[in-house]
Design a protein around this ligand. Sequence first.
Ligand SMILES: *[C@@H]1O[C@H](CO)[C@@H](O)[C@H](O)[C@H]1NC(C)=O
Ligand SMILES: *[C@@H]1O[C@H](CO)[C@@H](O)[C@H](O)[C@H]1NC(C)=O
Ligand SMILES: *[C@@H]1O[C@H](CO)[C@@H](O)[C@H](O)[C@H]1NC(C)=O
Ligand SMILES: *[C@@H]1O[C@H](CO)[C@@H](O)[C@H](O)[C@H]1NC(C)=O
Ligand SMILES: *[C@@H]1O[C@H](CO)[C@@H](O)[C@H](O)[C@H]1NC(C)=O
Ligand SMILES: *[C@@H]1O[C@H](CO)[C@@H](O)[C@H](O)[C@H]1NC(C)=O
Ligand SMILES: *[C@@H]1O[C@H](CO)[C@@H](O)[C@H](O)[C@H]1NC(C)=O
Ligand SMILES: *[C@@H]1O[C@H](CO)[C@@H](O)[C@H](O)[C@H]1NC(C)=O
Length: 545
Amino acid sequence: MKTKLFRPGLCLGAGLALLLAGGCDTRTPDAAPTPPASTPADAALTCAQQPEGTNYAIYPQCADGTAVGDVMPYYDAASNTTYTYFLKDIWNDATTKRHPWYGFKTSNFYGYSDLAAGEQLSCSAPTCAPDFAIGTGSVTLRNGTYYAYYTGFNPNTGSCTNPKEGVMLATATGLGQPFTKSTSFGTLYAPAGQNFDSNDNFRDPFVYFDAGTGQYSLLVAARQSVSGVWRGIIARYTSTNLTSWTYQGRLYDGGSTNFFMMECPQLFKLGSTYYLLFSDMDSKNVYYRKSASLAGPWSAPAGNARFDGPGFYGAKVITDKFGDSYIQAWLHRRAGATDTGAWQWGGNLVTHKLYQLANGDLALTMPHTLKSYLEATTPAFTKSSQWGNVTNTIPNTESYQLVSTANNDVANVLYDPINRTRFKISATVSYTSAGKDFGFLLGACDGYNQFYSLRFVPGQNRFSLDFTNRTNLTSTTVATADVPFPLQPNTDYTVDIVQENSVVVVYLNNVAALTARIYKAPKTSWGVFVDNSTATFKNIVVKAP
Ligand SMILES: *[C@@H]1O[C@H](CO)[C@@H](O)[C@H](O)[C@H]1NC(C)=O
Ligand SMILES: *[C@@H]1O[C@H](CO)[C@@H](O)[C@H](O)[C@H]1NC(C)=O
Ligand SMILES: *[C@@H]1O[C@H](CO)[C@@H](O)[C@H](O)[C@H]1NC(C)=O
Ligand SMILES: *[C@@H]1O[C@H](CO)[C@@H](O)[C@H](O)[C@H]1NC(C)=O
Ligand SMILES: *[C@@H]1O[C@H](CO)[C@@H](O)[C@H](O)[C@H]1NC(C)=O
Ligand SMILES: *[C@@H]1O[C@H](CO)[C@@H](O)[C@H](O)[C@H]1NC(C)=O
Ligand SMILES: *[C@@H]1O[C@H](CO)[C@@H](O)[C@H](O)[C@H]1NC(C)=O
Ligand SMILES: *[C@@H]1O[C@H](CO)[C@@H](O)[C@H](O)[C@H]1NC(C)=O
């Protein structure tokens, strides 16, 4: 009713008391708004989903449009190039390939090319071949040979005798050259007599070389009965020559959390700290543990439990010769390419820069090369309306203080859609009080209820994406995606929202990210809002390549 019955021009800048006195708004606080007939002002808002684009560059899919699954990045120092092998989302299609490895290469994290040879590691055709389908692995260079340890996956367990999952080896003599399967390496299955799930769940090998000991570690995601309780665990093997492996027991069992599977485990070292990274199959969140020793004990971060949400899965880290680290993962799709569709495996490759905080916790920011690329131009954008107690704080800039003193009494500034495939919105955000929440809105059909929120929730110290209509949002609404983000009043937080078609990546104060699939994001009305809060959005700026 508010933005509809009473146009901004009528009540602009008026607070709730004036609104009530002036008869502009007769709602009681918290009442669900009753949408009235549409008005010219609302007709100007664009919230219909646009067709999903296929022209991805900074968050690539395969050149033929196929989705990208689990990633296995390898950094080549000689060419300063990252080769990202990945599982291509093909399964029993016309080519009868099942998750073969393909790859991208990049030297800047905003332009990628498909590896020219195409398929890098293929599945085997015989029904009972242990690698009837291919799973995730890792690539390690030793003495001129690239060792690709990978998951052999055979779903035909009813008719075949071998277990469903095992660790296999293929090698190549150059990056981008397809791997040749080893005929001498015996498939590694879950160790017998150690209470492992011997039929399934033994996958995602990762090889780590410890320069200190000259020893290789092979990590495998598995399930094991530990003291009578089944848990997702990370098993460890060691080797000195990458061909013969000795089982060394569990590297990690999840500690106080019983994970079903800690998929895609990775071990890496920054400075003197070892990090163990893994993807929780249930929540789809990426977690990490840290330790002063490869042998553990492994402790959770001192601060935030994680640095991104469930849209960033199967993550792996590389560190380049300049000491910069990057973390890559894939963002899921949804069925039918709509926001109401079911979650789907595979999607687009997303890369963040990763660094250590003083306490050894890990933090994320935008790759510096991507940032420079995105900041080449400053396209004009158009304010379409504002509502409620809104004050421009810096003349000639899009800088506003927004005040709302009651739940659901949303104050906002709305902007016309940005007619670009890829761009970045940035602002500096702070608040003085927050009874409910504040943030950015996308896909706005109106300015007070029917929009997607990218919202700061100080009461819960998190940043949340919610597709849920505003008046249906409660303190227990399950977020579409969220990330822990402690908040304090009177503190500036930088926000960078990078969009490419339906891929939306939000960077929060250069420490955390929220990667999300939002099919309604492209070319819809957007803006900023407060709900029972007082917040300032300083220097809202759009940049584009
Ligand atoms: C807008 O909010 C400010 C800060 O709370 C307050 O001082 C001012 O009176 C409000 N304006 C109106 C018109 O209510
Ligand atoms: C190497 O690549 C990184 C980005 O991955 C870039 O920042 C750096 O400038 C490159 N260095 C050289 C010497 O090309
Ligand atoms: C490295 O490869 C060369 C050539 O194949 C071989 O002669 C040499 O023995 C290898 N060294 C090690 C440590 O395996
Ligand atoms: C690898 O090391 C193991 C144990 O040290 C040894 O038995 C094996 O022969 C080595 N294999 C190769 C190919 O060097
Ligand atoms: C968006 O941009 C394209 C070309 O870049 C143009 O053809 C189209 O008319 C624009 N749409 C709007 C609504 O401005
Ligand atoms: C605003 O939020 C505060 C804190 O949650 C709450 O106590 C208060 O009732 C809310 N005010 C209104 C008018 O809804
Ligand atoms: C959101 O609100 C609009 C208008 O009130 C309504 O038509 C729509 O069904 C709501 N959507 C959901 C998911 O509740
Ligand atoms: C709230 O959610 C219910 C159930 O999904 C839906 O029917 C209703 O339209 C929603 N209300 C608003 C105002 O969006």
